[in-house]
Design a binder for this molecule. Structure first.
Ligand SMILES: Cc1ncc(C[n+]2csc(CCOP(=O)(O)OP(=O)(O)O)c2C)c(N)n1
Length: 679
């Protein structure tokens, strides 16, 4: 035993003892007492009564600690809060009303849901406040619809789903929103806080599940926390790099006091100390849940922080651009985020006069006739450009991870998110300038500072020439049976009105549409984004049509992806949401089989049938059309085209009469997508 430990064993040091040391560097040896055995190292073992100041100090410290512990316990039990905030046990009000108040104060017009008892108070309160409750046939659809509302309206889209399986059913849709940087609020029911982990119905740890899928995953603890938690949650979803936020609302913060009191129960006639303690704890728990519940709280939106590039950075980019001979702008989805209106961004691009490629939600930002708009030959243009400005475009798989730029190309990247801004810049490309900020406001500021700039004409002419040549190559040749997808989509482009919106949900058919059908205005193209999720169609169309009732909403489906949301025809019919679903029915998961078969020798798992999907739409109360080639009968290219256009127009007429419509277009083979992404 060391001298130090022998000292410590037998006596508690005072501060002065700790300060003074024996000559050897050990703490001073205490006084030896005769008759007490020596320690093994030969030193004395000492019994000493502690000095009075030590006892008093210890007593004070203990009392302080006990007082502190009591305070903490009182705080945890809500006793302190309840000193100043009363519980209104007679009130019939419930937490669902507070949820609805916050949503209404944030301009929320729709609540997408699939019901469950855990969230009933939210649904009923929303209905009362005039928020339209739209119930879907799958929770994923509810979240996709909320996502579409966020993207199109600039206001937070909201979905509410029940505890457990309701919540887990949304996982893919929430992840999709996160990857697409789309803000949304997901409200999840949950078991009563008190019953968590005790075998309650539909109880799982939901918050940890959503932590990596969301910007924030929160659980509300008491009724009084509903308003501040939701305000913060909505602001978090919308500011910076937007994304989904999950808020769990345990059932006992949503129902009225008298219902919760009855449910919490506890022993009717508590026996013994233990029973009395349990009874007291439950009563106290209930009081804490409702303390201060109905005091007035501000439900209005919190100010949002949007990162913007500094004026010097804009200036630096302006200098680079003014010297460029072959500049190019790539506009990505992020540039369409609020607060800059799309029209302002469009004017900025037109005033800069630099040729543009538009991706994701930015499609349609420039009108189809705009001479700056390019759709073909992007790879060549990127190789030949001397300056590329990435306005919200990311160097991920869509830009071949940054491998497409020419050797001497100066790349200027603007993105709200630092990770996205520099994605793969350590490997395949190097930015000349990397600016963390909102791409839209950056482009507007850049256009203002470069009012005299004009892009060299020869460069623009050269790109337009290549564009024309490529467009001519897209001649649609009829396959031996059924329709050519190119011809069908050209007909769609022909009949599409100026006020229309396209939802893309599928593989090859939709990939082909992206080249052929031209969205007519900003925010008139919705696709899943970089998560590449099949199944967004029903929800996106639902949210889009509700936001833009005056627009003709088309969903372009593959026959495979249609299966994920075909049942939502029931939702469209019940909620009077007339949309047009065009199904490119090629009897298979073609984007996958296209490469699986030649590479691996089998198309196993990729086959579907030419099923009567239109009949399902009819059975659910919608309208259905089949579109096929004329088979053996005489059908010239022109008359075939006319026939297709006639069916599309008939579908439009049904839609304008208020009916959701499904056009089941039977497709033959096309090699248009050969060589493109196939995973
Ligand atoms: C939820 C989900 N499951 C599977 C995939 C993989 N996948 C990508 S494209 C594709 C085929 C799509 O087939 P279909 O919708 O019929 O369109 P087509 O390629 O036949 O035009 C599949 C299965 C995916 N992206 N998302």
């Amino acid at each position: 035993m060391s001298p130090v430990s022998s000292w410590c064993l037998h006596s508690v040091p005072t501060m002065s003892q700790l300060g003074s040391r024996c000559p050897q560097g050990f703490p001073r040896c205490p006084r030896w007492i005769p008759g007490v055995p020596r320690a093994s190292h030969g030193g004395p073992i000492v019994l000493q009564s502690p000095p009075m100041d030590l006892v008093a100090g210890l007593g004070c410290a203990c009392a302080g600690l006990v007082a502190l512990a009591l305070l903490v316990v009182a705080q945890r039990l809500g006793l302190l809060y309840r000193l100043c905030h009363k519980v209104d046990t007679a009130s019939p009000r419930h937490g669902g009303e507070l949820v609805a108040e916050v949503l209404r104060a944030h301009g929320v017009r729709f609540l997408f849901t699939l019901p469950g008892g855990h969230i009933s108070p939210v649904l009923v309160a929303c209905e009362k406040l005039g928020i339209r409750v739209v119930d879907t046939r799958h929770e994923a659809t509810a979240v996709f619809a909320a996502d579409a509302v966020s993207r199109l309206s600039g206001r937070i889209g909201v979905a509410a789903v029940t505890a457990g399986p309701g919540v887990t059913n949304t996982v893919t849709a929430v992840k999709n929103a996160q990857m697409a940087e789309s803000p949304l609020l997901l409200l999840g029911g949950a078991a009563a806080t008190l019953q968590k982990g005790r075998g309650a119905l539909q109880d799982i740890p939901q918050v940890p599940l959503f932590r990596t899928l969301c910007k924030a995953a929160l659980s509300v603890r008491a009724v009084r926390d509903i308003v501040p938690t939701l305000r913060r949650a909505i602001a978090t979803a919308m500011e910076g790099t937007p994304g989904p936020v999950f808020v769990e609302l345990p059932i006992d913060v949503l129902y009225p006091f008298h219902v919760v009191q009855k449910e919490i129960g506890g022993p009717k006639t508590p026996r013994g100390l233990r029973g009395k303690l349990v009874q007291w704890y439950l009563g106290n728990y209930l009081q804490d849940l409702f303390a201060g519940a109905w005091e007035p709280r501000d439900p209005t939106p919190l100010p949002l922080r949007v990162p913007t590039a500094a004026p010097e950075q804009v200036q630096r980019c302006a200098e680079l651009l003014s010297r460029a001979r072959r500049p190019l702008v790539l506009v990505g989805s992020q540039a369409l985020l609020p607060p800059t209106p799309a029209e302002e961004l469009r004017s900025a691009l037109e005033s800069l006069g630099v040729p543009c490629y538009l991706g994701g939600a930015a499609r349609g930002l420039l009108s189809p006739e705009c001479p700056l708009l390019l759709r073909q030959n992007r790879r060549d243009a990127l190789r030949d450009a001397d300056l590329v400005l990435l306005a919200g475009t990311v160097c991920d798989f869509r830009l071949s991870y940054g491998r497409l730029f020419g050797r001497g190309t100066a790349v200027v990247a603007v993105n709200r998110n630092r990770t996205q801004l520099l994605r793969n810049s350590d490997v395949f490309w190097k930015p000349r300038l990397a600016l963390q900020g909102d791409p839209a406001s950056f482009m507007v500021a850049l256009a203002r500072s470069l009012q005299d700039f004009s892009c060299p004409r020869e460069w623009l002419e050269r790109l337009r020439e290549a564009e024309r040549n490529k467009e001519q190559d897209k001649a649609a040749v009829s396959p031996p049976c059924h329709l050519n997808p190119l011809a069908l989509l050209q007909a769609v482009d022909q009949v599409l009105p100026p006020h229309s919106l396209l939802v893309a949900d599928g593989g090859d058919f939709v990939g082909t549409a992206a080249y052929i059908v031209r969205p007519r205005r900003p925010l008139a193209w919705l696709d899943p984004g970089p998560f590449g999720t099949l199944g967004v169609g029903g929800g996106f169309a639902l949210g889009a049509k509700l936001c833009r009732p005056e627009a003709e909403v088309w969903v372009l489906y593959g026959d495979g992806s249609l299966g994920f949301s075909l049942m939502e025809f029931d939702t469209f019919v019940r909620h009077k949401v007339p949309v047009i679903a065009l199904v490119g029915n090629d009897a298979g998961w073609t984007q996958i089989s296209r490469e699986q078969l030649p590479l691996l020798g089998s198309a196993v798992g990729c086959g579907l049938a030419y099923s009567d999907y239109h009949a399902v739409a009819v059975a659910l109360g919608g309208r259905g059309f089949v579109l096929d080639s004329a088979g053996d009968t005489e059908d010239t290219e022109d008359s075939a085209g006319d026939r297709v256009v006639a069916v599309l127009r008939a579908a439009q007429a049904e839609c304008h009469r208020g009916h959701p419509v499904l056009i089941n277009a039977l497709l033959g083979q096309s090699d248009f997508r050969e060589g493109s992404v196939s995973v």
